[in-house]
Every structure is written in C-alpha cells, then in structure tokens.
Design a protein around this ligand. Structure first.
Ligand code: ZN
Length: 413
C-alpha cells in the first residue's frame, strides 16, 4: 500500500502526540524523532503495538490528551481479565460517526431508511457506533439492542424497519423466527449490515434468502474507533476502508515483514487522526489481504479495499510455503461430498519434507471411503495447492473442541 505525503504528515503528528504522553509506545519511540519519519521505509521501521500493551496501560494510560478533552471511554472485553480502555475526544466521536455514515452510504442506505440496531449499547463500541453513523446519515434509527425476539419482530413489523444491523448469528436467529412464524410478507427489510466475524457462505446464503435482503460485511475493532471502518459495496470486491483516517498494512504474522498487496497476512492499522488514543502499527491479528488496485472497484469509489476477514492469524500455520488456517479448511470441506465439519490436521516432518495429514469425519460406509479420500486430496490440491495425506474416520472419532485453532497440530518444531 502506498503511503502518501499527507498520511506521513499525519503519522508524524500522531507520533509527536504519543511521545508527549510518555506511555508504552512513547518509550518504544525513544531515540526516534517524529520529524525523522519521512518515507515509507522510515515508517516501516517503527515498532508494532499489541493488545497486551493496551491492557498494560489500564485504566487510562492510553490517553494522549488532557482529561478535560476526553468525552467518553469504550472498552473491549479481553478473554484474559484486564479490559482495554480506549478514551475518545469529541473529534474522535465525530470522526467515527463520519466513517460509519460512509459505511451506510456505501451499502446504499439513505436517510429514507429505518435502521433497526440490535448490537448491544454500553461499554463496547457496537450499538452506539451503528447509532451515531445512522443519525449522521439522517436515517431513522430504532435502537433495539440485543435480545427479546418477540419485541424485535413487533418493532420490525410495525416500524417497517428496512435495514437490520446485527451479528451474523443474531441475524440468522431472527431470520429463522420470521420463517417459523410465516410473517416474511410483513417484514420490510431490504438490507442487512452484519458485523464482520468469520461466517461461512452457507450461513450468508441462508440469512440473505430467508430475510430476502442484500448483506453487507462491516468491519472494525474497539481499539480503532469500533465497527464502521470498512464495508463492502454492492459489487462485493472486498471491503472499502477509509485511507484518510487509517493506514492499513499487511504483514507476515511470523516475521513482521510487510507483504505486497494481494498477499494474505495480518492486518496492521495506524490511526492518522485519532486524538484520545492514537495507535501506530497496531496488530489486529485479523487475517486478510489488501485487494490490489490495478482493477478498480466498478462502484468507482477511490477508497482502497481489504478482503473479508478470513480468520485469526494466531490460528495460521505455514506449510510447504503455503499459509493454512482453519477457515480455509472449513471452506474446502464444504466442497467435498460426504465430509462433516469435524477435522484434525497434523503437520510433521518426514524425510526432509513437511507432511500434512488431514483426518475428516464422514458417515460414508467403508467401501465409499477411498473415493472420498481421493476427493479430499484433489480439493486441497486445487484450492490451496498443497498435497495432503487424507484419512477418513467415522463420526465421533475425533475429539470435540470449541476452539477451531486446536484442530491444527504442528509437530515440526
Ligand atoms: Zn466498490
């Protein structure tokens, strides 16, 4: 991704602001003068920041402005105890609303729409982000928050909501309830703006067809404003993001090396305008790629694009020169007739070469399994260009785990 002169100027300003705080990142910038960040190469020498750094700054160590300028905090829940607190100035709040307004606009939402918001309001950034962006757009908002399906459906019907904002799982639940009650004709929804977690094509198709809506993936994280920093347009060529507020890089999660556009890796974000809690080179651990701009999006927008989020980089392994991650394996298994969603992958080193053994549960009888294994092998080869050793096992043979990441075992080291 190109780093423009104006972005570099804003980065110098952010670095100066951070240095004045004396916080963790200021310490990391010791010996670096903001004025010395003149080129993309200078910028790429700056250290990364991580969620753990933010946690260590609890409660208000991230604040880069005097307290009287902070108007709000948000918090991202960690899986490990200490939360992360992000302070916002009024400009940060306004900027976020502007980014979110653009997202709605890219999704074709207008001030004639009625926006039904089901993500939660409170410490986390979801509900209120959807709300402020919609108000800035001038649309009527229906601030439902989560839960109480009965009331959701009543308001959706009576208020004639046209846009549903939800997580994919809640959108699916509502779609199923609408189908169950046979009230689809009374629902006026046209679009769904769905928080970007990884969700399979199957789920997407079901939500879209049961609700009769077009779906848009919206991306964001509390550490960087919140949801509303990227969204796909109707051409589905990836999610447009706002390079006047944010600089995106993709790095190799193992080496930290910046990767060329088009290559899959970890998304790293630098805020260009944030005042309350500016972040430089923040590692998101989200796996995606920058969509090369040699083929512009047919919508004509100049905003660059990233791919939909394909998973977490923590779950990725590199084998035979190819990055493999659980989400990709889910997709491959969906293509193979007879494959269940349960699998395990073992990677080891045999006679100087990496070997990938893939166990997949299937209900197929023994005589059908050789054909099934051959199909698995072919599909891995054609989809991600790696040779595997396929092993069909019976349903229930593999241990069950909540976490997808515990399905890939790397025994090479
Ligand atoms: Zn577009």
């Amino acid at each position: 991704m190109k780093l423009s002169e104006s972005a570099l100027f804003m980065i110098r300003r952010q670095a100066a602001r951070i240095k004045a705080t004396g916080n963790f990142y200021a310490k990391r910038l010791e010996g670096i003068e903001p004025g010395d960040i003149r080129t993309k190469a200078d910028f790429e020498k700056l250290p990364f920041s991580e969620k753990a750094d933010l946690r260590d700054a609890y409660p208000l160590g991230l604040a880069a402005v005097p307290e009287e300028q902070i108007v709000r905090i948000h918090s991202s829940s960690g899986t490990t105890g200490t939360p992360v607190i992000i302070p916002y100035t009024q400009k940060d709040v306004d900027d976020w609303a502007e980014l979110f307004r653009r997202c709605y606009e890219i999704a074709g939402v207008t001030n004639r729409d009625r926006i039904h918001i089901t993500p939660g309001y409170g410490l986390w950034t979801a509900g209120i982000g959807f709300q402020l962006g919609a108000e800035k757009l001038g649309a009527m908002t229906i601030p439902m928050g989560p839960g109480n399906t009965e009331k959701q459906l009543q308001f959706m019907r009576d208020m004639k909501s046209t846009v549903l904002c939800a997580t994919s799982s809640y959108a699916l639940l509502l779609a199923e309830e609408i189908a169950k009650r046979g009230i689809r004709d009374e629902i006026c929804l046209k679009k769904g703006v769905i928080g970007s977690e990884r969700w399979g094509e199957k789920m997407r198709t079901r939500i879209a067809s049961e609700l009769g809506v077009e779906l848009y993936d919206i991306y964001g994280l509390t550490e960087i404003y919140g949801p509303g920093i990227a969204i796909n347009c109707e051409h589905n060529t990836g999610m447009h993001y706002f390079d006047d507020y944010l600089y995106f890089e993709i790095i190799d999660p193992k080496t930290g090396k910046v990767l060329p556009d088009g290559e899959l890796g970890e998304l790293v974000i630098t805020t260009l305008q944030k005042e309350g809690a500016p972040l430089i080179r923040y590692r998101t651990h989200d796996l995606t790629r920058i969509v090369p701009d040699d083929v512009p999006c047919p919508c004509g927008r100049k905003y660059p694009r990233i791919d939909v989020i394909l998973g977490r980089t923590d779950d990725m392994v590199k084998v035979k020169g190819v990055n493999i991650f659980p989400g990709q394996i889910d997709d491959i298994l969906r293509e193979v007739e007879g494959a269940s969603s349960e699998y395990q992958v073992f990677i080891d080193h045999e006679e100087g070469r990496d070997r990938i053994t893939v166990f997949v549960e299937t209900a197929l009888p023994a005589d059908a399994r050789p054909g099934f294994e051959a199909a698995l092998k072919d599909t891995f080869k054609s989809r991600i260009n790696v040779g595997i050793l396929p092993k069909a096992v019976s349903i229930g043979d593999l241990p069950r785990s909540e976490k997808k990441s515990t399905r890939i075992f790397d025994y090479r080291y």
